[in-house]
Design a protein around this ligand. Sequence first.
Ligand code: WT7
Length: 636
Amino acid sequence: MVPKVSTLGGYIFEYQKSVSNPTGFWANVADSYYWRKKWQNILDWDFRRGYMRWFEGAKLNITENIFERQLFYRANQTAIIWEPNDPNEACRTMTYGELFEQVNRFASVLSGMGIKKGDRVAIYMPMVPELVVAMLACARIGAVHSVVFAGFSAQSLSERLIDAGARMLITSDGGYRGNKTIPIKAITDEAMNACRCVTTAIVLKRTGEDVAMQEGRDYWWHELMQKEFPPVQAAEMDAEDPLFILYTSGSTGKPKGLVHTTGGYMVYTGYTFRNVFQYGDGDIYFCSADIGWITGHSYLVYGPMLNGAKVVMFEGIPTWPDAGRYWEIIDKHQVNQFYTAPTAIRSLMALGLEWVENKHLGSLKVLGTVGEPINEAAWHWYHDHIGKNKCPIVDTWWQTETGGIMISPMAGITPTKPGYATMPLMGVQPVIVDQEGRQLLGNSVEGNLCIGYPWPGMARTIWGDHDRFIKTYFSAYPGYYFTGDGVKRDEDGYYRILGRVDDVINVSGHRLGTAEIENAINEHPLVDESAVVGFPHPIKGQGIFAFVVCTHFSTGGEEGIKNSVRMAVSNMIGPFAKPDKILIVKGLPKTRSGKIMRRILLKIAEGKTSDFGDTTTLLDPDIVNEIVQLAGQLTD
Ligand code: WT7
């Protein structure tokens, strides 16, 4: 069993140990896993080169740690409790024994179809247990999975397939989302047609709708699973062999494929899951995140399953058939730990208490949040009405890049404060720097959040572009990993995350680069240029405000352009990236050197009409008033 801290004193003691002797600390945690061969060296690193290697020389397979290590006593224990989109459809449960059987079978299918260790396999699927089977089967044979959130458009999917050089795509005919059906296979067809690397697709039947199957390329999941393929052995992986690639947005350029490796990721996610949620044997844990994002990878699949947890996996959305769905699921499956995003809490809070009051929620012990800062009102609502004042809230700060939770209370151990991620977890050394890169020591300071020392779960590179990895994370403040977030350390030494300090925005917990959205908008033939900023949004956390420069109009006029701008973004990225507000303007506030002054646009998007600071360096200062006027007339 992975070690678990259970008192505040224990945390302080372990934390001290973990920073004074990080390698000794992590070697001790790593000892609780199953390695085919132990490491020769615990850590080798140089942040300046973005170089980190944990447990070098060790050999393992992460699925042997989920299955073989625990199977003797868990074969008949529940692994997945699957709740379908439609509450009238039957739930499915799978024990660890059954999951193991499916994973082995699918691993043989993959290997029978020619997939080898190191090959990249993309997965674009709804939230069904077969998605977990597909991921773990890849890990079983050493293939690198790259799950793409099924809300991304065909174009985004094909970009990711090409970047990863995926050979195979695992998908489904369709998917359900509330009262909608998503034509998943049609989207993947378009994506596969736009890339040459994918030669095989495996298609799970979920909705039963008619889909086109291309002879020699597309195969049905259920047919392959019935065939007899020779059984396969779990691949022997090096601790630093890649486990998966997951794409995320940055402030510039196209999305980055972050690479997580096997040994360190396993040690870190298993340890943090157990400690943050204080998961105890037999508990039922529900994570509402989609597996297409890192939260689903680390805290629905790997972290919990490395601890033999019983995991509730939900296919649908929180507001269908009604706004009580999460609470109904919690009562139905007697959930003990529930992990969700502030945006979900805010949207359910806005729909009123009537959806909560008729639920019991007595099984809950721990509540978690992740993905964006949680405002105090939402924190209190969650605490009072869902947790009934008796469940600690773990506000967990981390990132796709960090692999696992970094700053967070440990449930019931760390005293909490609304809006605060509180204290660093074991081995995490936060450093706050000012604009000049000077470290801010002591309490009551505010600045940019860096991490001063490696931790096992961190991403090792950007797929195919290590220079970009160094540039993005290790160059702004040499010697540190830079997170991109602003932070405050208060008078008690507690950490509060203030949000991104770069051009990344967080819309309903979805991370988007403003440049990415601008590129999509600029595709429109009548758009000269555009600038996108985030603005405070009561439910989404941040909304998307697009300033679009158009000097020629077609017959549809302004409305026509706005509609086609929304379409362009939806087609190029996905419907979740559509701007909330579009303002057609004649020009943007630019300096004489041609740089857009975003701080002015940020203020206008916030609703400010004056106090724009120094505008003397603007090429055309009048443009600011013009934009303010237009913004005042904006109705949607
Ligand atoms: C960004 C990372 C990590 C899983 C989901 C998001 C923001 C994340 C918190 C939190 C305030 C948070 C940060 C971070 N963020 N958790 N508890 N409090 N902000 O992963 O898509 O990689 O986004 O989400 O800004 O940098 P991601």
